[in-house]
Design a binder for this molecule. Structure first.
Ligand code: SF4
Length: 68
């Protein structure tokens, strides 16, 4: 799970179970939403930072849900 500045850049995706971080050859990290594979409402590569998302599911259930 991303932390610090990287988490701030990703927004909600940073704490979502559907996020997959994809390292590139240029030391960049791309954020892939795995929900996009089965649901066309979601972008494969979300525009970051994501502030609200109906598909959000917290990695840590104790962290609550901020989606909507
Ligand atoms: S479901 Fe929403 S919050 Fe979760 S990874 Fe995809 S775009 Fe980000």
């Amino acid at each position: 799970m991303p932390t610090g500045p990287e988490a701030a850049r990703a927004g909600l995706c940073a704490r979502c179970v559907w996020l997959r971080r994809v390292p590139s050859s240029r030391d960049q990290i791309y954020y892939l939403c795995e929900r996009s594979a089965s649901d066309p409402r979601f972008r494969r590569y979300p525009i970051l930072p994501v502030a609200r998302c109906s598909g959000f599911e917290a990695v840590d259930p104790g962290a609550g849900t901020l989606g909507g």
